[in-house]
Design a binder for this molecule. Structure first.
Ligand code: BTN
Length: 327
């Protein structure tokens, strides 16, 4: 489909959004096309899932937008002049993989790669990530001018942003399980996969992959995670506005990323500690094939977890898997 068709279709959609009922004549004038051609734009929008009612002699009325994370829909919630590009796919292997390709091809910072569904979604530690339709699966391309040692701050920041935005938009208290899993009622609802491309000491680009189990029935999550994971829809018993949540998260990155690399970082660390469901708790932590037990006492600036082991030693974990031990 040519570019001018797309541009006019988009303009037509904006006009439909602006009025309760819009006449065919109004649309034909605004788009500079015949009345018959207006109908083609309406049909194209309908095929994308927009519910547009035709009212005889009066024109058209937009009743409902599709529940898809389409760029035209998301842009309404992003600041004007948002610097990143938006890439949308019905199905991808993994948004992180696609984001890497796009970043190498020069996609600007704050670009967002979104998939309605992933066939090869990836989790941390080489795990797969179930990504059926209805979830929020996306990757942000970031291009901060920082050294590698600063990059770990993004993990702390992202976890805080996810927990805070779920609380603010969905009105549900979410917590962080070290290092950056998002939990509600002791079950995982979201995960973060951060990947980095760097040259010598400088970061080239960072991909922040975010997965949130949003409008998914629990039985669609797969048996491997059905005991340990939940979905926002399951907790709330109704669907959420995925566009609002995704763009609220993207907006936080857009506005606050610079603060993460200066003195503002202390505040994110503090909020991570507040939101943590692990600190002060008895934990078992695995590192490779070794297991340690103790009490999680704090995180360090780089996100490492400090644990007071039963042996009396204090040990730092840079990565690993934590299990909460119920007494
Ligand atoms: C984890 O908790 O193990 C991290 C899960 C990260 C999943 C997201 S979904 C969007 C992005 N694309 C991927 O393949 N993974 C991340």
């Amino acid at each position: 489909m040519d570019k001018s068709f797309q541009t006019k279709k988009k303009k037509g959609l904006e006009i439909l959004r602006g009025g309760a009922q819009v006449s065919g004549e109004e649309l034909s004038k605004a788009l500079g096309v015949s009345r018959a051609a207006v109908w083609k734009y309406i049909e194209a929008l309908r095929s994308e899932g927009y519910e547009i009612k035709g009212i005889s002699n009066r024109g058209y009325q937009l009743n409902k937008s599709p529940d898809l994370l389409l760029p035209a829909e998301l842009k309404r919630y992003l600041p004007p002049g948002y610097l990143g590009e938006l890439y949308w796919y019905q199905n991808l292997g993994s948004t992180n993989d696609e984001a890497k390709i796009l970043a190498r091809q020069g996609a600007p910072g704050y670009s967002i790669v979104i998939a309605e569904e992933q066939s090869g979604g990836r989790g941390r530690r080489g795990r797969s990530w179930q990504s059926p339709p209805g979830g929020i699966w996306f990757s942000l391309i970031l291009r901060p001018d920082i050294g590698i040692s600063m990059a770990s701050r993004i993990s702390v920041f992202t976890a805080v942003v996810l927990a805070e935005e779920i609380a603010s938009i969905i009105k549900i208290k979410a917590g962080i399980k070290w290092p950056n899993d998002i939990f509600i009622d002791a079950k995982k609802v979201g995960g973060i996969l951060i990947e980095l491309s760097a040259e010598l000491e400088r970061v080239n680009f960072i991909i922040v992959g975010i997965g949130i189990n949003a409008n998914i029935a629990k039985n669609k999550l797969g048996p491997e995670v059905s005991e340990t994971a939940t979905t926002l829809m399951e907790v709330l018993r109704h669907e959420i506005d995925r566009k609002k949540l995704l763009t609220a998260i993207a907006n936080r990155f857009y506005k606050e990323l610079d603060d993460v690399f200066d003195a503002g970082y202390e505040s994110y660390l503090g909020r991570w500690r507040q939101l943590s469901i692990v600190l002060g708790k008895d934990v078992q932590i695995s590192e490779g094939d070794k297991f340690f037990s103790g009490v999680a006492v704090d995180i360090e600036e780089n996100g490492a977890l400090l644990v007071d082991l039963e042996s009396g030693d204090r040990r730092r974990f840079d990565s690993g898997e934590v299990t909460l031990r119920l007494k």
